[in-house]
Structure formats: C-alpha cells, structure tokens
Write a protein that binds this ligand. Sequence first.
Ligand code: F6R
Length: 605
Amino acid sequence: MCGIIGYVGKEKKSLHVLMSGLKNLEYRGYDSAGIALKDKENITIIKAQGKIAKLENKLKNVKNTHLGIGHTRWATHGEATEINAHPHEMENITIVHNGIIENYEKIKRQLIKEGYKFKSETDTEVACALFNKIYKEEQDKLKTLKKVNTILRGSYAFGILFKDDDRLYAMRKDSPLIIGLGKDENYIASDVPAILEFTNKYILLDKNEYAVLDKENICIYNDNLEKIDKKINTYEGSKEVAMKNGYDHFMIKEINEETTVFDNLLNQFDMSSIEALTKSMPKLKKYEKIDIVGCGSAYHAGLVGKSIIEEYVNIPVNVKIASEYRYNKNFNDKKTLTILISQSGETADTLAALRKTKEKGFDTLAIINTVGSSIAREADNVLYIKAGPEISVATTKAYSAQILMLILIALVMGYSSNNISKTKSESILKDIKMLSESIKRTLNKENECKKIAKKLYKANDIFYIGRSIDYSLCMEGSLKLKEISYIHSESYAAGELKHGTISLIEKNTPVVAIVTDETIEEKTISNIKEVKARGANVTLITTDKILKKYKTSDFYDQCITINSKEITTSIHIATILQLTAYHVANFKGLDIDKPRNLAKSVTVE
Ligand code: F6R
C-alpha cells in the first residue's frame, strides 16, 4: 500500500528513475502520485490526483536533477486529492511515506499549538512537521530520524530530503523498504521490481534502521545510530517481470506464467521420491492440528488446502481470516502448526496474527512469495512459492502456487503420518510433477473462457455455487470476478442456497457451478437443477470424467471441462476462473491491473 521510490546519483537522471519506479510501483496504490526533485538550492514538488499518467502530463518543463523522491498513494487519511498527495513538505523537510501513523492526531494538535499550519488531511504531513520541529531542535539529521521514530506509533517507511543536504535519507519501521545499489548512483524503493531497470543489487532495510545515501556511499545505522554492515542481495529473476511482454495486461501475463511458476516452486525440493521430498521440506510430522491464516485470496487458498490436508492427513484444519484471527479466541497449542499465507509477506493483519501466535510460543510456518518480506523473516519456518513479482493487483499465479504448496504439505504430512501409503504417495508425487505440463492444456482453454465471459459480462449479479473444495474455489472465482469487473457476485455453498438465497434466482440469473468433488457430485448437480428450474443461466465448470457420466445436458447452458489428475484439479479450476474473470473485465474495457479502490500489499489494518 503506497509505493516509495528515491534516487541519488547522476545529473539529470532522477526524473527518469522516479517515473520508471513509480510505474512499477503503481500496483501498490493509484489514488495520486507525486515527486520531489532537489537541486543545490531548491526542492520542486509536482503532484497529481489519479494515476501516474496524470503526473507525467505535468512534467514537461520540469528541471531534472541528481536527487529526488517519489510516491504513489493508496489513500488512508484524507481523500484522494492533489493536496493530500505525497511528497509533503514543511520548511526544511520533504517526505514520502508508506504506512499509517496511529498517533498523528495527538501530534498534530500539539504542533498546531506550536504554530504549525497544515494544508492536507494526511498523517504524513504531520510526520513531516514533526521531522521539521525535531530537526530544528537537534540540528542533527540522524538524531532527528531516531527521535521521530521514538515518537511515532504505527507502521511506516519514509524517504526524506533535507533542504540543506544533498543526500537521500530513509528510515523504516513496519513498512517495507529496500536500498538499491548502482554505480555512482543509489536508490530506495518499496520493492525490488521498482529499480530492476537500473540494478539488481539491493539491501533489505530492517525495522528501526536508518539509511543515508549519496551517489557513492550507502550508510546504514541501527537504532543506537551505530553504523552497521548489511548483506547485499542479488535479485536473480529477469527484469522482464516488470514488463507486459506483449500481453495486454499483467493479469493475463501472470496467469500464463503459471507453468514456470509451478516448476520453480517444485524445483526447490528434491522431487525424486516421496522420502527425498519429505527430507527437503520442514519437519511437520508432530503436528496434530493446523490453523491456516490469511486474507482475501490467500485465505481462499487456505480453504482449498484445508480440504486437501484433512483428506490426506486426517487432522483438523481451521482456516481463519487474519483480521478476525488476531482478535478471536484461538484454541491452538504446542501441537498446532499455524500456517500464515501471504503473497506480499507484508499484509498487516497476517503479520499481526503471526506475532500473536509467536507470542504464545506456538510454531509458525509462512507460505510467502516475496523474499525477505516481514512475515518471511519473522516466521519460524518459511516456504517460498517462487511465483516471482506479481504486478496485477488481483492475484492469480501466487494464489495457484499457494494451493500447490499446501498440496505438498498435505502429501508430506500424509506420508510421514502413515495416512497415505508409499505407493499412493509416489503416484501423487508423479501427478504433481506433471502439473506444469498439464496446466498448459487448461491455459489453452482461454478461448472457451472468453466465450463464457461474453455471456457473463453484461450481468449485474453472478452467483458461484459448489460444495466442499468446490465451494472454496467458488469463493475465489467470485472474488476475482467482482474485484476486476465490478459485477456484484456471491459464492454460495450449493446445499445452502435453498435456505434463503435461492429467492434471488430469477429468469437468466447467471450461476457458475463448479463440480469436481466426485464424492458429492450428484448432490451438487441436484442443487444446480434447482436453480435451473428457477430460470438460472448455468455455466458448468467440471472435469471430463464427471461430465462423461451424464447423458443429458439439461442442467446447464454452457460448460467448460478440465482434464487433470485429482490432486491438482483445484489448480486447473482456478486457472479457468481466473481466465474467465479476466475476459469479463476485458469485455467491459476496465483497467484490469489496477481495479478501483484497491492496492496490492495491504500494509494497513
Ligand atoms: C485478491 C487479492 C487479495 C490478496 C490479499 C492478501 O486478488 O490479491 O485478496 O490475496 O490482500 O494479500 P497477501 O497475499 O499479500 O497477504
């Protein structure tokens, strides 16, 4: 949420770096954008409400410099206006901020008493004034940063310019910040893709650390203001992750990347036998209960994982939304493994749920995409899904990879607890290894998904129905559709419809029905017949195997089937749901990668 970029280096280069960085960070928020460019004497600030393109239109006569900061905003305090856009300035100080300052109102009241005047409604402008006040008192920049850090409460990362200094300053508490290393130039950014055009070398700034950058040097200080050495990381992926490579949108590019993502995920383990796989995964045998915690799609992946783990391991799995889990009473203990799922590894509620579990002294395992993210660093164990940066705000490849990781966990736990025989485990392993090949068949169904999307895109309400694991998939299908197409949609457990919701079904109401669970397929089909009898227009998503059993097609209007090995069926269905939602939004001509009101990486509670 909100993206920060900063540059110090070559003459007349900052504008290019800031704008390129902002474009790659735009998925973190697009309510407004702004930059501040500093030359010897002046700091020039240019801001615009709305997407980066609007800011770009204002840059024609701007004097380029060697030093600057930029920001793309997801509004929290104050509307999405130009005045509330970052950077904010107050006399000596100009800042950009990612996060939330919880005690800003109290600080603001005090600063107003001291004569400070504020133009915006933001917490950031208050922080800026506080930096200014403390700097006047301390006359020392590092001490100012540290003192501000002791006063502010909340989560934040800042990029800071001082009027009387030609260096770039940064500090971090709970929001992510990296330092990029170039030749005669250095960077700060909220994530690595923002600077990949310029460098793949970076340092992860930790909580309560401060950085001072000029074009040749990077100095990092701990909370005692002692200079510290930090590990320099090299990003191994390609620069192209931040490019569309001929696709119309990142979302469709990322769906098509699923083949390589699954290979990358599996290749980090020894897949030669079930024993080898078990040895290359964390030790999971001792757990008698699992809690899975996540938000949005990560929560939905957890629900799919629950069905699979309960079936293969025969232990209870509770799946909770992170924002609820943190405040609920949870009955976990030493024998419970809490699995935190997060693509970004920065989601505030998931991070808080992790900390709550750790405080109680219980074991945690994180399933994460972003290497070095807060959740990855704080969990007892981490499994990376290796999906590569996901730029589209709506997750696709990461959600599917989260399910794949949960399947591996189910297999390894099932095998090591003797719930699945060696022969069966080896056979499942073989099926999993074929996934990246078999998903190509499902990706080739894009045109079929497009035909279904054409039938759906004018609808006002769309229902998704299914039972057990198919219901969990419905939840994700419905979320994917509504977040990018703005069509109201609900997912419903098929057997629950007649307890109220069926009254919403009338002639031509679109219903997407998912049927893959053979143990209850007949019951789901009865439920489909019930909505069909009330005039629904039914799109059936099922397997070739199930469809073959039915001689008549009177219970659906259109159908799409997949051919998959049982263990990976949910992943194939997810791809169909993603492709369909994508084409619905595309028919509507919407800004698919940046749906309104949303941002990737939700670092506020
Ligand atoms: C939906 C979507 C969100 C995220 C959720 C959790 O397409 O992307 O629902 O899944 O915000 O984010 P992470 O996985 O980063 O914790």
